[in-house]
Design a protein around this ligand. Structure first.
Ligand code: PAF
Length: 287
């Protein structure tokens, strides 16, 4: 059975019990679990002796009050999913458990937060990196699981663990998509039927960029223009960014001469969706 724990001392006590040789896996989430989260949990379950899922809607990473207020919260349904997936512990702390006083020290994510979501959501990645570092300190896992869908978040967490010499293996898990290509997200439930119908256009656009890059197109602007033509219509969804960046440093590239991530963010009304794909140019220089 899945234990539900909401305090840090009780969690530490529970995790000390299996002994130091047990591999602990952490799946950090904000709840409203869907099949994408289940993929993270399944991967952790295969690789770890003890699986901890944290469920915490982290106020520090929200740049808009309305987004924080309406972020879906459904702890009972989440617990049932965790039970089905044989999660050992759900750690679901209250905000005052995570932030008992004023937060003074936070993680500066440097240039990794300059572009893409970092540019449009000031302070977001500072909040993400800070809570993830706290969860790493609280749970002390050996392995931690993050989705490819949040590629900038993943790049930042990887760099943070390297820069701070944190001995935790950061594991990337592939994006889970609906049959029509839409990346699963807790925010998809806010889409109207018309927006939901148009939303897979984001993935179609990213896939077109991926196809062109794989076919040897080296012109970034040309690839972006071809992709943009397949995005959902502006009457239904507004484009925030469509960028091609280095997969590790998240900086826009000028030439397509190595693997890149094609990343997009779009707004449907007041709902913001993000998605990305890895694109690899054809191998050249093999003579
Ligand atoms: O990806 C998320 O759900 C959140 O950003 C995370 C990693 C749980 C931190 O709050």
């Amino acid at each position: 059975v899945t234990a539900r724990i909401d305090t840090i001392p009780a969690l530490r006590q529970r995790l000390a019990a299996p002994g130091p040789s047990t591999v602990i896996g952490l799946v950090p989430t904000m709840g409203a679990l869907h099949a994408g989260h289940v993929r993270l949990i399944e991967t952790a379950r295969r690789e770890c002796g003890v699986v901890v899922v944290s469920i915490f809607v982290n106020p520090l990473q929200f740049d808009r009050d309305d987004d924080l207020r309406r972020y879906p919260r459904m702890l009972e349904a989440d617990l049932a999913i965790c039970e089905d997936e044989r999660v050992d512990v759900v750690f679901a702390p209250a905000a005052r458990e995570m932030y008992p006083g004023k937060v003074d020290c936070t993680v500066d994510v440097g240039h990794l937060g300059d572009h893409l979501c970092g540019r449009f959501r000031p302070g977001h990645f500072r909040g993400v990196a800070t809570v993830v570092l706290k969860l790493f300190g609280i749970v002390a896992p050996h392995r931690a699981y993050f989705g490819e869908k949040d590629a900038q978040q993943l790049a930042i967490i990887r760099k943070m663990t390297a820069d701070f010499n944190v001995r935790i293996a950061v594991v990337e898990v592939a994006t889970v998509r609906a049959p029509d290509g839409l990346a699963l997200s807790s925010r998809n439930r806010h889409l109207s039927p018309l927006e939901r119908e148009a939303a897979p256009g984001v993935y179609r656009a990213l896939s077109e960029a991926q196809r062109r890059i794989a076919a040897g197109d080296v012109d970034v602007e040309e690839v972006k223009a071809a992709a943009a033509a397949l995005l959902p219509p502006a009457s239904l969804m507004r484009l925030e960014y469509l960028e091609i960046v280095g997969p590790m440093d998240m900086q826009p590239v000028a030439v397509l001469d190595g693997p890149v991530r094609v990343m997009a963010a779009m707004w449907a009304g007041s709902t913001r969706l993000i998605d990305n794909v890895l694109a690899v140019p054809p191998v050249t220089g093999l003579r």
